[in-house]
Design a protein around this ligand. Structure first.
Ligand code: DP6
Length: 343
């Protein structure tokens, strides 16, 4: 953990803190809460692993009501105490180790330990982006505990440092994560896209909520290292984020849906062409894709996107909910609909 670049990144962000001693707590407990987000144009590949900087930008929609709630406090000790969904994690646990390494950047001294109590309302590591809401909620909780009062873009920078997709979970609604160009990582953060779209609907098709075989961090590293098809990805991704951003501003549902589905399938194509291959799909995932394509043939405008897991996230307008529900009933798949802009 002795990286001077990462140290200077954190130091520069915390220079904006309202608390002149940013690693001294201002209250006994910090609280944070953040939603999961679904990328409509995906992040896949890092240009800098140390600062967690992406090769390409991305665009997302946050899902209110699904996410993470975190409480944090400090105590004198040598080891953090981390609880996930009511269960205390053993020190060697993968999730706990990654969290502790992140928290290491915010310790006042070597005997500062953190007590973290975090609860997800989505299955952890099931491709429903719980690391995104997790790191965003954690950063909000740290901001509260240390009285930083940082802006959303500063908090997005810190969340990104924990997990890339977390940069977008700092916001409700649509967000765009700019990949940034600078080596210091200070221009790679997400911003809100200020559009309210009440009819916009996401449908969650759960195929499997077990922990995935390979996590995104390792998966994207292997793709960048071994996949020849990946050469064309950054260019497509930048074009897609531009088109999706415009489509959101114009409420052009067709362009948004087509571009998002094509983007997700292109990302998965690079995963499949990685060695060893990364195939998150299960037979039920492919069956669900066919239902979507059949619905479109029948004039129902629904699209899908998928992340590092077998579950589909449908993109539709609320008027088509019933038709979509009926079609998926035929393959015995229930759907959970979420309208991000409807309370
Ligand atoms: C497929 O944000 O989990 O969901 O930065 O290594 O923590 P790290 O990766 P992570 O990757 C998410 C990948 C994705 C696409 C996306 O959400 O944009």
């Amino acid at each position: 953990m002795s990286s001077s670049r990462a140290q200077s990144f954190i130091h520069t962000v915390l220079q904006n803190s309202a608390n002149p001693a940013p690693l001294s707590i201002v209250k006994p407990n910090g609280h944070g809460q953040a939603p999961v987000n679904i990328a409509l144009s995906k992040y896949w590949g890092k240009r800098d692993a140390e600062l967690n900087l992406p090769i390409n930008g991305s665009v997302s929609i946050s899902l209110p009501g699904l996410g993470t709630t975190t409480q944090i406090s400090v105590f004198e000790g040598n080891e953090d105490w981390i609880s996930l969904n009511g269960k205390t994690l053993p020190a060697g646990d993968k999730f706990a180790k990654r969290l502790s390494a992140f928290l290491g950047w915010f310790r006042k001294s070597s005997t500062t330990a953190f007590k973290v109590d975090t609860t997800n309302s989505v299955p952890t590591a099931a491709g429903l982006a719980s690391s995104a809401s997790g790191y965003a909620a954690l950063v909000f909780a740290l901001d509260d505990l240390f009285g930083w009062q940082l802006s959303k873009s500063q908090l997005s920078l810190l969340a990104r440092f924990g997990s890339g997709s977390a940069s977008r979970s700092v916001y409700d609604g649509f967000a765009i994560w700019h990949k940034g160009d600078s080596d210091n990582g200070l221009d790679s953060f997400a911003e809100e896209i200020n559009v309210t779209w009440p009819e916009f609907t996401i449908g969650l098709v759960k195929v499997d909520t077990q922990e995935k075989s390979i996590g995104s961090t390792l998966g994207m590293q292997q793709t960048v290292e071994t996949c020849d098809l990946y050469q064309s990805w950054p260019q497509q991704a930048e074009r897609d984020i531009h088109n999706i951003h415009q489509a959101i501003l114009n409420k052009d549902f067709t362009t948004l849906g087509k571009t998002a589905e094509h983007n997700a399938l292109s990302m998965h194509a690079t995963m499949i062409a990685t060695w060893p291959p990364i195939v998150y799909w299960q037979p039920e995932s492919v069956a669900a894709m066919h239902v979507v394509w059949q619905l479109r043939e029948n004039g129902v405008e629904v699209y899908f996107t998928m992340d590092a897991g077998p579950n589909l996230k449908l993109i539709l307008l609320d008027t088509d909910k019933q038709a979509v529900l009926n079609a998926f009933k035929e393959i015995n798949r229930p759907i959970e609909f979420i309208q991000p802009f409807k309370g």
